[in-house]
Design a protein around this ligand. Sequence first.
Ligand code: GDP
Length: 291
Amino acid sequence: MRTLSSAGYANLIVRDRGELDLCHQQAVQDFFASERPEYVFLAAAKVGGIQANFQYPAEFIYENVMIEANVIHASYQSAVKKLLFLGSSCIYPRACAQPIKEEYLLTGALEVTNEPYAIAKIAGITMCQAYNRQYGTSFISCMPTNIYGIHDNFNVHTSHVLPALLLKIHNAKGAGAEQVVVWGTGKPYREFLYVDDLADACLFLMNKYSGNEIINIGTGQDLMIADLVCIIKEIVGYEGQIVYDVSKPDGTLRKQLNVEKLHKLGWSAATSLAEGIQKTYDWCLKTGIFE
Ligand code: GDP
């Protein structure tokens, strides 16, 4: 919304979850029939970190399949000019070569910790491609790496690693705690993209790209969770110890995206990781999300 508004798009059609339940087929069809949107960014999804995926596997597959089926089908029925579907880097096989090229999709077994979510997202990609083939629609799919930034979910039980660690380390500093617990071994690598960069890439692709091939969106750089912890400690100003809770899962060891396709199209990420974390932390302090 911020990106579209600041780029001058004034006719934005928005519904929040309370106004339109995307799992409800009739409600979605009525919405598309009456509002007739021309361009659709399908960012709505049931998302969460490694623990949420483990605890609520049924919700992750059900809600995502329903949202995708309802929105993609209604977009076709109401002759939407173009739809951009957001997938995820977890759609790729657990053990694939790094950095991950788009063509590795469906070449091997998935990471078990988020398989229901990944399968729902793969269904969304295949739907877009099938509708393009059978109905001549223009539905494109992009695969963002791990996203973070302002307006994220900062609930330590359900969030992804970056917001969880930012909050945990901030709280430890405030309480004068001697240590912070980080899940897993700290050895997995993850790639992080700032939310505004993702929005910018989506707008770029909506304007510049058409086709059935999926497109990765990332920075092309990853780092170890243990190194992410060091950056967050420095930004927050915390000097205590880090303890690794190896009873918690690591998930996949690496999922660095190959972003050559996106670079060739003419887009690359603008925000460095330290800059993005600083912006996120400043926002958390300013809005009072963190005390
Ligand atoms: P993933 O990228 O789908 O595996 O999801 P996450 O962002 O939840 O987790 C990424 C990695 O960070 C995993 O190896 C987690 O075990 C690790 N991690 C370390 N501490 C935390 C934490 O406090 N919360 C979360 N969600 N992950 C953590």
